[in-house]
Design a protein around this ligand. Structure first.
Ligand code: 1CP
Length: 334
């Protein structure tokens, strides 16, 4: 029986498993229905019944090979006592970093603050719908978490020049982030997550001269730690310039590529299992175009261990019918 784990661990190339980043979310009317009455996003993530329901919603519709827990990478700063809110059309807003308070947080109190996240993982892992499927736990990579904590809002407009000024703060905070990321991941694995994905959504923003210190080293430390937990780890360093070097330096079990990457080139550069790549906007095209793009990835990675996914998350404008068609294309591919 094919699976994501079999693809990653045994390098199986025959079966092409599929799941999608943001497979639970606003493109699903049943998600919007729940969201409508639950305007506080953090509270929703901490509601173990509703977050369980949201996690399995996409699996009720589509024959995906995995569920990914409905949570957010910003639950980590929340667990560290930083104020986190999500405002409509503005995205996340974070409060000030209070280092003197953060350094006093114990493992126990962090775990307690996020206990409902781990209860959600446990609920989902026992659910019948997950039989023979994987449950993906996740976390933000140290660099991406650091950016949100210090920038206090989405870094999509770029970083201020002064961002790198307080090196002491950056280094202290990075160490704390790595420590609690390990705990956050361990708690998810203990609760039943069978694969971990590390999202470095803003890897492309790092200054080249800082990449070793802020991306390679802390990520390698987290990857090493997860390997000791005996679950595979997939890394997604979105928009990083050199995926080959990243793989060499951080040694994940599988690598997720963004849609700017030329699949024909990457396949000659990377030996480990590859995930993703398809532009999420392909799901907004007509079905012939979607088919063409999907088959392109499947054909290029035919002889490579490959997990079908997108090059970033499903966009809210996507119709569920397009996702259904995509899953069928992947399932029918020979
Ligand atoms: O209804 C809504 O408006 C909520 C939108 C939403 C959703 C559905 C947010 C706010 N988070 C989530 C869930 C989420 N976030 C998941 C669920 C599982 C799934 O994939 O189905 C995951 C894995 C994440 C991870 C996440 N959160 C990332 C990494 C992946 C990526 O998109 O690059 C990031 C950067 C975040 C921060 C975040 N959370 C939400 C938003 C709008 C953002 C991005 C803000 C920005 O642009 O900086």
């Amino acid at each position: 029986m094919g699976s994501i784990k079999n693809c990653i661990i045994n390098k199986d190339t025959k079966y092409k498993p599929i799941w999608l980043m943001r497979q639970a979310g606003r493109y699903l009317p049943e998600f919007r229905e729940i969201r409508k009455n639950n305007t506080d996003f953090i509270k929703l993530c901490l509601n173990k019944e509703l977050s369980t329901e949201i996690t399995i919603q996409p699996l009720k519709r589509f024959n995906f090979d995995a569920a990914i827990i409905f949570s957010d990478i910003l639950m980590l700063p929340y667990g560290l006592g930083q104020n986190v809110t999500f405002e409509k059309n503005l995205g996340p807003r974070l409060g000030n970093v209070e280092l003197d308070k953060i350094i006093q947080i114990s493992d126990e109190s962090f775990t307690k603050t996020l206990e409902n996240v781990y209860a959600l993982v446990n609920n989902v892992s026992k659910h019948q719908i997950l039989k023979n499927k994987d449950l993906i736990g996740f976390a933000g990579a140290p660099w991406t978490i650091l950016l949100y904590m210090l920038n206090k809002t989405s870094p999509k407009k770029g970083l201020s020049k002064s961002f790198y000024e307080d090196k002491k703060l950056i280094n202290t905070l990075l160490k704390i982030i790595v420590k609690f990321l390990k705990l956050h991941i361990k708690n998810q694995v203990c609760a039943g997550a069978t694969i971990i994905q590390l999202f470095d959504s803003w890897a492309g923003l790092v200054n080249e001269k800082n990449i070793e210190e802020y991306i390679y080293n802390p990520t390698a430390e987290v990857v090493d730690y997860v390997k000791d937990l005996k679950v595979p780890i997939i890394c997604f360093p979105r928009n990083i310039k050199d995926y080959k070097k990243y793989v060499l330096m951080t040694k994940p079990d599988a690598i997720s590529i963004d849609y700017s990457i030329n699949p024909n080139k990457i396949i000659d550069q990377i030996e480990i299992p590859i995930q993703g790549g398809l532009n999420p906007k392909a799901l907004l095209c007509n079905l012939d175009e979607l088919k063409k793009e999907t088959l392109k990835y499947l054909n290029i990675f035919k002889e490579h261990p490959y997990i079908f996914n997108l090059g970033h998350g499903v966009v809210p404008e996507t119709s569920p019918g397009a996702v259904e068609y995509l899953v069928k294309l992947v399932r029918d591919f020979k």
